[in-house]
Design a protein around this ligand. Structure first.
Ligand SMILES: *Cc1c(COP(=O)(O)O)cnc(C)c1O
Length: 430
């Protein structure tokens, strides 16, 4: 499959090149040239397929023959080595739990898949690839874990000193092997600015192959379409009109759901659930797309002022505002509303949600008020104990730490402190 740049000023790219480079040379995001719907029989027989079988069929057109089918099957099986359960709250709302992977955030699937694709492409290459990521918390852990031990790939993670949770810091700094953590004396924005400078620094990129691992990368973005199929498999015998409410930041996850819909998955509608960083909510009302600096909230993985994947959503709906509006609604919620929702779920359904999932739950409720004939699934994108302080304060109950989290807490942190871009460059070139 070839990919084109959404800025339309770069040559077409293979999948391999798109994975290694991340962005097109004209700085556009890559998008697949064709999307061929899966046969109807695939959805009719979905009950008889395992998750890896579903995933393989769904993604193969975007990747093979560049990765041969046998290897792609192995990559998919290794990526999906944990569960994706649906929990029904009542007859109109369910949640799809995406936090059963090694770092307990939904980004595990994309990171594990991308790592294995890069590893495949790099196996006969003596030139190492360096994955450079800035993280405000969850991305770094998922990427570090996903790439751990992958041959030919080095991972360098920049995180803001004192601004990630203890659990998140341990997830970033205790892995060793091919993973290095840089503790930056600054904010997340400083980390991101350093990474951007590095990608544009020719003195550096001439000497090393740098790539990114956020959802602009097609190999991290596309595998997220599996989630929607896994939910469908679990619910389609009980409900017809399935709607997904996706807690959204960079809009990679919801956009992957739209790809699943393009592949023929019967999804009635999408709800983009936002915290107060609500550029898309406002766009759907005013038709004016006005990014602004992000505001800090308790659902901080969604504190994004200019969602990078929104341009892919516009491409899917052929840049037609009316088509987009038919397929997607968007609502925005305050931190107070989010906490109330966490408490409501705890009291009414005995369900402990994290703040991101709670925003998704609120999106379902808002949609169902206007559309009664639907079953709404909100994606629970992180385990509640990853946001322990907020969760325990709201529901006033201590939470037991799952094994994945306990196991990192006892390990020793190893990080190199840096302050400036020059420090980063010196580190990379050493
Ligand atoms: C990254 C993240 C999101 C937002 O996902 P996007 O694909 O950027 O929209 C939501 N919740 C959690 C917990 C995340 O880590």
């Amino acid at each position: 499959m070839n990919y084109y740049s959404l800025n339309k000023k770069a040559p077409k790219s293979t999948f391999k090149n798109a994975v290694i480079k991340g962005l097109a040379p004209d700085k556009g995001l890559y998008f697949p040239e064709h999307i061929t719907p899966l046969p109807k029989a695939f959805f009719e027989n979905i009950d008889s397929l395992s998750y890896p079988e579903i995933a393989f069929e769904a993604i193969k057109q975007f990747i093979s023959p560049e990765i041969p089918e046998a290897q792609l099957k192995t990559i998919v099986e290794e990526t999906l080595s944990f569960d994706f359960p649906i929990v029904k709250l009542n007859d109109s709302i369910s949640t799809l739990e995406l936090f059963h992977g090694p770092t307990m955030a939904f980004k595990d699937v994309g990171a594990r898949f991308m790592a294995r694709c890069l590893g495949y492409f790099n196996q006969d290459n003596d030139k190492e690839v360096t994955v450079l990521v800035a993280t405000s918390g969850d991305t770094g852990g998922a990427v570090a874990n996903g790439f751990l031990g992958v041959k030919g790939v080095k991972v360098v993670i920049l995180y803001p000193s004192g601004k990630v949770s203890d659990i998140q810091e341990k997830q970033l700094t205790t892995l060793g092997q091919n993973i290095t953590a840089l503790e930056v004396n600054g904010t997340f924005d400083d980390c991101q600015a350093m990474v951007k400078t590095a990608f544009l620094d020719e003195a550096l990129t001439k000497q090393m192959q740098l790539t990114s691992a956020n959802s602009i990368n097609v190999a991290r973005w596309l595998p997220q379409l599996f989630y929607f199929m896994f939910a469908y498999k679990q619910l389609h015998n009980d409900y017809d009109n399935i709607v997904f409410s996706v807690p959204s930041g960079n809009f990679g996850n919801i956009c992957a759901g739209m790809m699943a819909q393009q592949l023929g998955l019967p999804i009635k509608h999408f709800v983009a659930s936002n915290n107060e960083n609500n550029v898309v909510t406002r766009y759907l009302i005013s038709q004016l797309y006005e990014p602004k600096p992000s505001i800090q909230t308790i659902s901080n993985a969604m504190d994004v002022g200019a969602p990078s994947n929104f341009i892919r959503i516009q491409e899917i709906y052929k840049n037609k505002f009316e088509t987009l509006k038919e397929n997607i609604s968007s609502y925005s919620f305050t931190d107070e509303e989010t906490k109330d929702a966490m408490l409501e779920m705890y009291n009414d359904f005995d369900y402990v949600a994290d703040p991101h999932g709670a925003v998704g739950y609120l999106g379902c409720k808002a949609y169902l008020e206007e559309n009664t004939n639907a079953h709404c699934v909100f994606l629970e994108t992180a385990h509640p104990t990853k946001f322990l302080d907020v969760v325990e304060a709201v529901i006033e109950e201590k939470q037991a730490l799952p094994e994945q989290i306990q196991s990192v807490l006892g390990k020793e942190k190893v990080a190199t402190k840096i302050s400036t871009y020059e420090d980063l460059k010196r580190f990379l070139l050493h």
